[in-house]
Design a protein around this ligand. Structure first.
Ligand SMILES: Nc1nc2c(c(=O)[nH]1)N[C@H]1C(S)=C(S)[C@@H](COP(=O)(O)OP(=O)(O)OC[C@H]3O[C@@H](n4cnc5c(=O)[nH]c(N)nc54)[C@H](O)[C@@H]3O)O[C@H]1N2
Ligand SMILES: Nc1nc2c(c(=O)[nH]1)N[C@H]1C(S)=C(S)[C@@H](COP(=O)(O)OP(=O)(O)OC[C@H]3O[C@@H](n4cnc5c(=O)[nH]c(N)nc54)[C@H](O)[C@@H]3O)O[C@H]1N2
Ligand SMILES: [Mo]
Length: 730
């Protein structure tokens, strides 16, 4: 792994180097498990080369193809280098910063006077990590108020299930995985989404470890598994309960561990008494033999790690499903020991104030009269439209691409179009930026220093400024400083609100202030050398036997779960809302489960606009089982429409025996112009806990696009109709 074939693209990725080029330590701030450390070579103000930084034990092999493609990304001809104003015909024209800031200021003052400051929506998502992200919130408070979202698109159902059960979101260090002898990759596909984990996984397998993958698709990760369990989407909770049934029935419970550390075991055991493998086989469409084999592995192999990904976390029953999965580890004593445990998200490097949490606003920021935290990010479109007193008039979007990434694209577009004015801060003309009245150019990771954390490994890292921003690009913190000034906020008030002064010195002072507040000897100087393990890090999570739940134990029975989320106190199974089974609660009579997972060479909607990446993923496609394809007259390569009553997309079909019959998949993140924007079909619906988005709780139908009998052909891609051009517009 990690040895990419760069021969096709090498001129973009490296150059002959003089021996004396300056080399800097930095780290990738994308929303990705790996959060790699690397070194960059800079020559003549240009990024010349990116290579591994061995100081990070989790990512010593260095960046993936996306990481290497930064050489192209920073100086891509498609980058937005100056403010843009939308013309009447929808194209964009270059304007000066003065013009842009004058108009934005005028609009902000006007909206505040007419409707109040909460008529402004401040929307941000996971485009980049960094402590400086909090400056936006400081600005909008100085403005007088704002409306914002709660919940998160990414992970809150799993975070909440874990918090309710174990008391904290932490897990063993990434390298500890090599000590596991049973590894269950449950709804996670690290071969694409966490490639650095492959090193530790491989070591565990070489030492005789067993790998089980639970995924409706036969993924690249599954190629290394001895058992692939393919449940009907959204039924993982039933699978876990049946495994618990077998373990309790056959006496494979770690009694001593349960007595000391587990709350609610007796009730849980009683509740799974009827959850037989036969029951689960009917619900999950997994053979009884597979369920029994998984139970047998838990009964006989230790230590065991369940690595839960985000796959089963995107349903209306995900929180309960994940509580049932954690229970398997609790009852077999596989927590708090090397090679054992629940791996979902390790927030041990999230040591800075909650306010700075770069990835997610979880728990949601508290409403306090200034911030109106009233819009579920899962239902962004419909709740933007429904907001009153005041209604929304103005939106500021940064670090996010809600048009393609939030559920129900049509509704999101409608909501943005219903506003009076939109500002989007972006590096590229994304589908969201295309909705803006004014687009402000965004910095890249190399153009402003910041401190970042991670959610798979325990390191705090410095993402260093190594380049001056190109063109007229200004970092957000400077834009906010200037806007506050134009709004008449005195410099002292800006500083008191925690906004850094413009320029590198201001940023450095800001970062030093945060590091000093941490008070653990983590300095900018140390971070310049390489990644630093977060103070207080516990390499084997919960090895101290401390579970910060209300009872101080692992809670299989959680009163808080019932009180707060209205679910059963015990992890129980409920059908996903959109199910092909009666009584079809979802109103839609569509017959295929639509999964929209992540993919190797993209972070959501980022990177695929680069030539380097497009060489590997030129166009979206639908994974469909040949039986389902045949039933619809669809041949390999045929152009198909994927649709339900919310919307549709058109892509090429790729017939694949590895995807479970009845299920289809297109990876998320394609731009609308590329044809594969999956959220046209998803519904704005929350997960059972945590206010997440139930993206995969989503039924569709597939039909042949008229006149396409299934000739093999390349669909979409550069030059195809609708492919974004962009460059001519700047
Ligand atoms: N290359 C790359 N890496 C990434 C990202 C990226 O976009 N690209 N994004 C990052 C982010 S923000 C996230 S959240 C993570 C997510 O990364 P992962 O945790 O790997 O999650 P997904 O890709 O969403 O889904 C994983 C698998 O779940 C399967 N799945 C779907 N439905 C079900 C189900 O009902 N049950 C089960 N058992 N499996 C199901 C899908 O087929 C898929 O193969 O990756 C991070 N890393
Ligand atoms: N159907 C479906 N939808 C999904 C998912 C799914 O599995 N299925 N996954 C969900 C998940 S897990 C996640 S995390 C979300 C991700 O949702 P988003 O965070 O909205 O997704 P990104 O595509 O990463 O968009 C981030 C944008 O930020 C921009 N950006 C990068 N750096 C900066 C910067 O420094 N400043 C500014 N202003 N902008 C910057 C990038 O150019 C990019 O356009 O998507 C969710 N959407
Ligand atoms: Mo995510």
């Amino acid at each position: 792994m990690m040895r990419h074939d760069v021969s096709r693209i090498s001129p973009l990725l490296s150059a002959n180097l003089a021996p004396t080029v300056p080399v800097f330590t930095t780290a990738c701030p994308r929303n990705c498990y790996s959060t790699c450390s690397f070194r960059v070579h800079v020559e003549d103000g240009k990024l010349r080369r990116i290579e591994a930084h061995e100081g990070n034990r989790a990512t010593p092999e260095g960046p993936c193809l996306k990481g290497l493609s930064y050489v192209e990304r920073v100086s891509s001809p498609d980058r937005i280098l100056h403010p843009l104003r939308k013309r009447a015909d929808g194209s964009f024209a270059r304007i000066s910063w003065d013009e842009a800031l004058d108009e934005i200021t005028r609009r902000l003052v006007d909206v505040r006077e007419r409707e109040g400051p909460q008529a402004v929506l401040y929307y941000k998502a996971s485009g980049t990590k960094g402590l400086l992200n909090e400056v936006g919130r400081a600005f909008w408070r100085l403005y007088g108020g704002y409306t914002t979202t709660y919940g998160d698109l990414c992970w809150p159902a799993g975070l909440e299930a874990t918090r309710l059960t174990l008391g904290a979101n932490k897990h063993n260090a990434p390298w500890d995985l090599e000590n596991a002898r049973l590894i269950v990759m449950w709804g996670k596909n690290p071969a694409e989404t966490n490639i650095h984990q492959g090193v530790f996984l491989e070591r565990a397998l070489r030492a005789g470890g067993h790998l089980v993958v639970v995924d409706p698709r036969r993924t690249e990760t599954a190629e290394r598994a001895e058992l692939l369990i393919q449940p009907r989407p959204g039924t993982d909770g039933a699978l876990a309960l049946a495994v618990a049934h077998l373990l309790t029935r056959d006496g494979h419970v770690d009694e001593a561990f349960v007595r000391e550390h587990v709350l609610g075991f007796r009730d849980f055991a009683a509740s799974v008494a009827e959850r037989t493998p036969e029951w689960a086989a009917e619900v999950t469409e997994v053979p009884v033999a597979h369920i029994e084999r998984l139970a047998q592995l838990f009964a006989s192999v230790r230590p065991a790690t369940i690595n839960a990904g985000f796959g089963m976390q995107r349903y209306t029953n995900s929180g309960q499903a994940m509580r049932a999965m954690i229970a398997l580890l609790a009852i077999t004593g596989n927590v708090g020991r090397p090679g054992a445990g629940w791996v979902f998200a390790d927030l041990q490097s999230h040591v800075f104030d909650e306010v700075c949490d770069p990835v997610a606003s979880f728990p949601p920021e508290a409403p306090d009269g200034v911030a109106r935290v009233s819009i579920s990010t899962a239902r962004l479109g419909e709740e933007m439209l429904a907001t009153r007193d005041p209604a929304l008039r103005f939106a500021w979007v940064e670090r996010g691409n809600p048009v393609t990434q939030n559920p129900d694209t049509r509704r999101v577009l409608e909501a943005f179009r219903a506003l009076e004015f939109r500002v989007v801060v972006e590096q590229f003309l994304t589908d969201t930026a295309r909705e803006a009245d004014i687009v402000l150019p965004a910095k890249s990771m190399f153009e402003q220093s910041d401190v970042i954390n991670a959610y798979w490994h325990p390191y705090i890292q410095l993402k260093q400024k190594v380049l001056d921003p190109p063109g007229e690009v200004r970092p957000e913190s400077e834009v906010y400083w200037t806007l506050a000034e134009r709004l008449g906020v005195p410099a002292e008030a800006r500083l008191a609100a925690g906004m850094p002064e413009p320029g590198d010195a201001g940023v450095e002072a800001f970062l030093r202030r945060h590091l000093e507040a941490l008070g653990a000897g983590v300095t900018l100087e140390r971070l310049r050398e390489g990644p630093v393990i977060a103070p207080g890090h516990q390499e084997i999570a919960f090895s101290d036997g401390v579970y910060p739940t209300p009872s101080g134990r692992i809670e299989l029975r959680s009163e808080e779960a019932a009180r707060h989320w209205g679910v059963d106190e015990l992890p129980t199974y409920a059908e996903p809302v959109e199910s092909v089974r009666p009584p079809r609660r979802g109103s839609d009579p569509y017959g295929l489960y639509f999964m929209t997972p992540n993919t190797k060479n993209r972070i959501h909607s980022q990177f695929n606009n680069l030539r380097t990446i497009r060489a590997f993923s030129p166009a979206p496609f639908l994974q469909i089982h040949p039986d389902d394809a045949r039933a619809r007259g669809v041949g390999e390569g045929a152009r198909v429409r994927v649709f339900n009553d919310r919307g549709s997309l058109e892509v090429a079909a790729r017939l694949d025996f590895g995807v479970k019959p009845g299920c289809v998949a297109v990876t998320n993140g394609w731009w609308i112009g590329e044809g594969g924007s999956v959220n046209f079909c998803s519904r704005g619906r929350e997960t059972d806990m945590g206010h997440g988005a139930a993206f995969h709780d989503n039924l569709v139908e597939v039909e042949l696009v008229d006149g396409d009998g299934g000739r093999s052909r390349a669909a979409g891609g550069p030059g195809a109709p609708g492919w974004p051009t962009g460059a001519d517009e700047r």
